[in-house]
Ligand binder design. Structure first.
Ligand SMILES: *[C@@H]1O[C@H](CO)[C@@H](O)[C@H](O)[C@H]1NC(C)=O
Ligand SMILES: *[C@@H]1O[C@H](CO)[C@@H](O)[C@H](O)[C@H]1NC(C)=O
Ligand SMILES: *[C@@H]1O[C@H](CO)[C@@H](O)[C@H](O)[C@H]1NC(C)=O
Ligand SMILES: *[C@@H]1O[C@H](CO)[C@@H](O)[C@H](O)[C@H]1NC(C)=O
Ligand SMILES: *[C@@H]1O[C@H](CO)[C@@H](O)[C@H](O)[C@H]1NC(C)=O
Length: 522
């Protein structure tokens, strides 16, 4: 069994969020909104994010020049201007998204900070954030609503979901947290909630939740804590919320929300509050009494991540969090078909959510069957692949389909580049060879099966050919390379491909194409 990178994501996040001295409690101490100043953004969010970032990056030497930020001022918006904090946050959200060496940290000029900001935006997009309306200028100028919007996406994108139950995997963190909360509320005999806004305003669901998850003294390192429910019958909403937060405080979880945020039902901050509770006290009893199996939930190979990032960068909806589970109703596959000009009959052939309570899976299976049929008309090689396999989330077969779609997409992009003819592998190889040769590079590839591809040198040179001077060749390993060296090069290449602005999609797809072949997938 592989040790998965993304397993560590969860651990990193848990660690960051669990650190006792870390996130400041926002209880009552904030001097916000007392002046009656009008802001077009949420000061509560700013306050929470600043504290979060201060704590998450406090030991990062590259951030010393801006940290700690003062949560009571607009520090945040100026501190983000050089792009370094953002890159760091994104990398924390999804480790290894950004190669350390691609961030400009010294000699910060207008130009180098611009590069950092572009790197941040491109990487944010690659991990599934929607950055359509945000430009480097907005970040440099620190436009509050855009900055907060992006930060929220980055923070919310951090993996806070975790459970062994496989079907939980398909849920986005918010849905997962609702489901988790409802699991406990049901055990408490309390009504379910359907959001973290109106439904939690009276704090009563929270009281029950805290009572369910508080340590019962059955585990060695966690002394028993009994939640004092007397505040439950408090008549005033704000006082009830305060009483509830005092109990949360006893669990070390008075974070992200003030009583007013609870009573106003601020959905984002309440989501953060619950995410933190979940991380500290999942309180999920399992028959085998084993630790939460993060690996099962989050184990993702490099190849899977490549596919997932690729789809998300094309803007499929909903965002794909888990490759196989999120494709089980084929809706994303059908959206990808449209990107490769395979017409989809959405009105007559596709079942769309919400699916009926009974026969949900049948509806999804029908979509999968339709996806396979369409694939055949598009002349994909789908021998031995049925709708059922997609519906089952069979990894091998789903990847086989994905691979063909991505390949077709790559070809289409290249075609649109004006090659003017139907492109096949040979033409891509020729294009790569020619681009390299024109730029005076020594790399060449003979085919996509070329063993040399695994060194990433051709890709790195290709990037440099497309944007001369973008690659720092001191950072590229050459000669006889170990597997680790190759991985280093690949990481660097991915980061640079994100950074290079000239036709980044093409570089990424060509790159993905090369990597895909390098990984023996045909
Ligand atoms: C990104 O994350 C990885 C893994 O956590 C870490 O090794 C690397 O140093 C980080 N890069 C930056 C730029 O912080
Ligand atoms: C939250 O869910 C309840 C139903 O449980 C609904 O009445 C309410 O409108 C929802 N609030 C928001 C803000 O979506
Ligand atoms: C619970 O809280 C109430 C009100 O704050 C207090 O009077 C009571 O003593 C507390 N009970 C326990 C067992 O701590
Ligand atoms: C996926 O499909 C392949 C090919 O039919 C099969 O060999 C494999 O056992 C399937 N995997 C699972 C987990 O069912
Ligand atoms: C690419 O370059 C290699 C090495 O010179 C050569 O063997 C191959 O035929 C070229 N491929 C194409 C399609 O031009």
């Amino acid at each position: 069994i592989q040790e998965h990178k993304s397993t560590q994501v969860a651990k990193t996040f848990r660690k960051a969020i669990n650190r006792k001295e870390g996130i400041l409690a926002i209880g009552g101490t904030s001097e916000l909104s007392s002046e009656g100043t009008q802001h077009s953004y949420s000061e509560e969010e700013r306050f929470a994010f600043v504290n979060w970032i201060n704590s998450a990056l406090e030991n990062d030497p590259d951030c010393k020049h801006v940290l700690p930020m003062d949560p009571n001022t607009d520090d945040l918006f100026t501190s983000l201007g050089d792009g370094i904090l953002l890159c760091k946050m994104i990398n924390l959200s999804m480790p290894d998204t950004i190669d350390e060496r691609t961030i400009n940290k010294k000699k910060l000029t207008h130009f180098t900070t611009q590069e950092n900001l572009n790197l941040a935006l491109n990487s944010a997009s690659a991990i599934g954030c929607h950055v359509v309306n945000i430009g480097a200028m907005d970040l440099r100028e620190g436009k509050p609503h855009l900055v907060l919007g992006l930060l929220w996406q980055i923070i919310a994108g951090m993996k806070v979901d975790g459970e062994t139950l496989e079907d939980l995997m398909k849920l986005s963190p918010e849905e997962l947290l609702l489901r988790w909360a409802n699991y406990h509320l049901e055990n408490a005999g309390y009504q379910k909630i359907s959001n973290f806004s109106s439904d939690i305003k009276d704090s009563r669901a929270y009281f029950h939740l805290l009572n369910q998850i508080s340590p019962k003294g059955t585990e060695e390192d966690q002394p028993r804590i009994d939640i004092n429910m007397s505040g439950y019958s408090e008549k005033d909403d704000l006082k009830r919320a305060e009483a509830m937060l005092q109990q949360a405080d006893r669990l070390g979880c008075r974070q992200f929300v003030t009583p007013a945020d609870v009573v106003n039902g601020n959905p984002k901050l309440n989501l953060a509050f619950v995410a933190n509770l979940f991380n500290k006290y999942p309180a999920l009893t399992k028959p085998e009494n084993e630790d939460i199996d993060w690996g099962l939930l989050e184990g993702e190979t490099r190849e899977e991540r490549t596919f997932r990032n690729w789809m998300n960068s094309l803007g499929v909806s909903p965002t794909v969090n888990h490759l196989y589970v999120d494709l089980q109703d084929a809706l994303v596959i059908l959206q990808l078909y449209e990107k490769i000009n395979v017409p989809v009959d959405w009105d007559n052939k596709v079942n769309k959510p919400p699916y009926p309570k009974l026969g949900t899976n049948m509806k999804k299976l029908e979509n999968c069957n339709y996806a396979v049929d369409l694939g055949k008309t598009a002349k994909f090689s789908l021998v031995g692949i049925g709708g059922q396999d997609l519906n089952d989330g069979n990894a091998t077969l789903t990847l086989a389909v994905m691979w063909q779609i991505m390949r077709r997409y790559t070809l289409k992009v290249l075609e649109n580049l004006g090659c003017g003819q139907k492109v096949d592998d040979n033409i891509i190889v020729e294009w790569v060879n020619k681009t390299l040769a024109d730029a005076g590079k020594s790399s060449k590839i003979t085919s996509f099966k070329d063993k040399e591809i695994s060194t990433s040198l051709a890709v790195v040179e290709l990037i440099d050919a497309i944007q001369p001077g973008s690659i720092n060749f001191d950072l590229v390993k050459t000669g006889s390379l170990s597997e680790d060296d190759k991985l280093e090069n690949a990481k660097y290449a991915i980061s640079m491909a994100n950074l290079v602005e000239v036709k980044p999609k093409m570089v990424m797809t060509v790159f993905a194409c090369l990597m895909g072949r390098g990984m023996n997938h045909v």
